[in-house]
Design a protein around this ligand. Structure first.
Ligand SMILES: N[C@@H](CCC(=O)N[C@@H](CS)C(=O)NCC(=O)O)C(=O)O
Length: 212
């Protein structure tokens, strides 16, 4: 039987997070590995994701792209997992804040570290862009480290959606100044907790194997 939920996935990319959420929630799914940056993309992938970016998810209710949207959608499919701080809870505003901060303040800088060529074609300009962006990442990580001080997760002992979104990026050492997460002890502890989860271990192993 074909799974009704298909994740378009490229190894060791933003698709990690959606993949982990599928494992955590335990819905039957299949993975379709796709190639990025190609002139001949998988046509089903293109139909699901207009810029051919991973992740994209085919669901019984249609296709969805964007990590945050996919994570919220999957969490709503299994509310018992408690991955969303609900409306009416006094922590709701903070939940929304970190959810959006990760998408709008952290992610653009992370993408610059990997792909400065999206913004400049010259190598000197690319180096300057990466350097300036890393300075912004420093202060972003300062804010996140402070938010995780009570930790280990954003809201204590149980992870919620922003934890998965952060945790699946902090596995990339190159996004930290000098490639060193230890300057941010609370983020390092958060990564350790995330990486101890069986779903995360399974997905990271699959992606690293595939990326080889
Ligand atoms: N805002 C998107 C970003 C997704 C994204 O940029 N994914 C990268 C892989 S990490 C990608 O597919 N890049 C291909 C491209 O930009 O053409 C999300 O969070 O899902």
């Amino acid at each position: 039987m074909t799974a009704q939920t298909t994740l378009f996935c490229a190894p060791d990319t933003y698709a990690l997070c959606a993949h982990v959420m599928l494992e955590e929630i335990g819905v039957p799914y299949e993975i379709r590995w796709v190639e990025l940056f190609t002139q001949t993309p998988d046509q089903d992938f293109l139909a699901a994701s207009p810029h051919c970016r991973t992740p994209a998810l085919l669901t019984p209710h249609g296709a969805i792209f964007e990590t945050g949207a996919i994570c919220l959608y999957l969490s709503e499919r299994d509310p018992q997992m408690d991955f969303i701080i609900p409306v009416g809870d006094q922590r709701r505003g903070s939940f929304l804040q970190w959810f959006h901060y990760l998408a709008t303040s952290l992610q653009p800088e992370v993408i610059i570290q990997f792909h400065p060529e999206f913004y400049h074609s010259g190598s000197a300009e690319q180096r300057t862009l990466k350097k300036n962006s890393m300075a912004r990442l420093r202060t972003t990580f300062d804010a996140l480290d402070a938010a995780l001080a009570d930790g280990p997760y954003f809201f204590g002992e149980r992870p919620v959606v922003p934890d998965f979104i952060l945790g699946m990026q902090t596995v990339w050492d190159v996004i930290f100044p000098d490639g060193d997460i230890t300057a941010y002890p609370n983020i390092a502890r958060h990564r350790g907790k995330m990486c101890s989860r069986p779903a995360v271990q399974k997905v990271l192993a699959l992606h690293r194997d595939r990326a080889r």
